[in-house]
Design a protein around this ligand. Structure first.
Ligand SMILES: Nc1ncnc2c1ncn2[C@@H]1O[C@H](COP(=O)(O)OP(=O)(O)OP(=O)(O)O)[C@@H](O)[C@H]1O
Ligand SMILES: [Mg+2]
Length: 317
């Protein structure tokens, strides 16, 4: 079973206005609501490929209920902990000239008791055969060691852990002992370099060096580093070797969430028992497909299948 954890989910509200005016009334039109948050995006990708997952996390207030309903409408099962505070809403305003202005909330404060309830729920999913995806930012009230604590509990109980986090939360999770470290991570290029304290040099850092950095992480107990590099494609490094895959030529509409689609496809592929290289190909096709859809919407299975035939996975080490 696949479980996705979204600790700071969001109700995404998108609206249109002819032009944005400061110090004046802006009348919005065409308001749409969508379920957001990285774990939720991963669940949506898995669903689109024909798989199943359970979305877990915190929900509160009316926006929380709206979010729960939107997730159910996508055909995704959920098992959220209800909190006293209200789930955040992020507002995206699109003007007639196509410009996007975003207003993002930090998210509700999580109380100790609420965290303990969720921790217990997630621990309950920590059994052999389950894969738990931990993805996205942490809400106020939770420490930077949150993903580390969950990873250690889940790994020691025999579950697989896939982490997509950055900054301090990633750093701490990677400091776990080998039997508690997440097995799978999907940093993008910036996140990997930042982890190693290397200033991002706008693409100049060579591929061989990137592979070396990924290998350092493999040496610490990680099974797979899926390094995504936007339109430069991706590198996949395991204990057995390293593979490169160029990005597929698509007309991007929105690349936001492409990484989440990559994670979803990888987890789905592993769950199906597909060979490693097949999982990498699926990840490339799904993430490229995700770029062609509006917002964070996942691509259809038909589009992923069409893109799969164009995917190239080259062994480089
Ligand atoms: N312009 C593009 N054309 C084709 N494929 C792309 C493009 N941008 C991204 N992709 C695909 O999506 C994958 C993930 O993209 P990226 O590295 O931008 O992830 P990310 O930064 O984690 O994104 P997010 O966190 O918003 O989901 C890339 O490895 C690539 O396969
Ligand atoms: Mg990402």
């Amino acid at each position: 079973m696949i479980i996705t954890v979204t600790l700071n989910p969001v109700l995404d509200k998108t609206a249109r206005v002819d032009a944005l005016r400061v110090n004046a009334l802006n009348r919005l039109s065409g308001v749409t609501l969508d379920a957001g948050g990285k774990g939720v995006n991963v669940s949506a990708m898995i669903r689109s490929l024909g798989g199943e997952s359970i979305a877990v996390g915190f929900l509160g207030g009316g926006t929380g209920e709206e979010l729960r309903a939107l997730i159910a409408k996508k055909g995704i099962k959920s098992d959220f902990v209800r909190i006293a505070a209200v789930t955040r809403t992020n507002l995206k305003v699109v003007t007639d000239n196509g410009a996007l202005t975003e207003f993002n909330e930090p998210g509700p404060e999580i109380r100790d008791g609420e965290w303990r309830e969720l921790e217990q729920k997630i621990s309950g999913y920590g059994v052999k055969g389950n894969t738990v995806v931990l993805a996205g930012s942490l809400p106020p009230g939770l420490g930077k060691d949150t993903y580390k604590k969950l990873s250690v509990t889940l790994r020691r109980a025999g579950a697989a852990v896939f982490l997509d986090a950055d900054g301090e939360a990633l750093k701490q999770a990677l400091q776990s002992a080998p039997d508690g470290i997440p097995g799978y991570i999907k940093p993008n290029r910036h996140e990997l370099l930042q982890y190693f304290g290397i200033t991002d040099d706008k693409g100049a850092y060579p591929e061989t060096k990137l592979v070396e950095l990924c290998r350092t992480l493999i040496g610490r107990g990680i099974k797979l580093v899926a390094l995504s590099m936007g339109e430069a494609g991706a590198i996949f490094v395991t204990g057995e070797g390293a593979w490169r895959s160029p990005a597929l030529p698509v007309q991007p509409r929105s690349t936001v969430g492409a990484g989440d689609s990559m994670t979803g496809a990888l987890v789905y592929g592993f769950e199906q028992g597909l060979p490693e290289e097949r999982c990498f190909a699926l990840a490339m096709a799904a993430s490229a497909g995700a770029c062609t859809t509006e917002g964070t919407n996942p691509p259809s299975r038909a589009l992923v299948d069409a893109l799969l035939s164009q995917t190239r996975i080259e062994k480089i080490a």
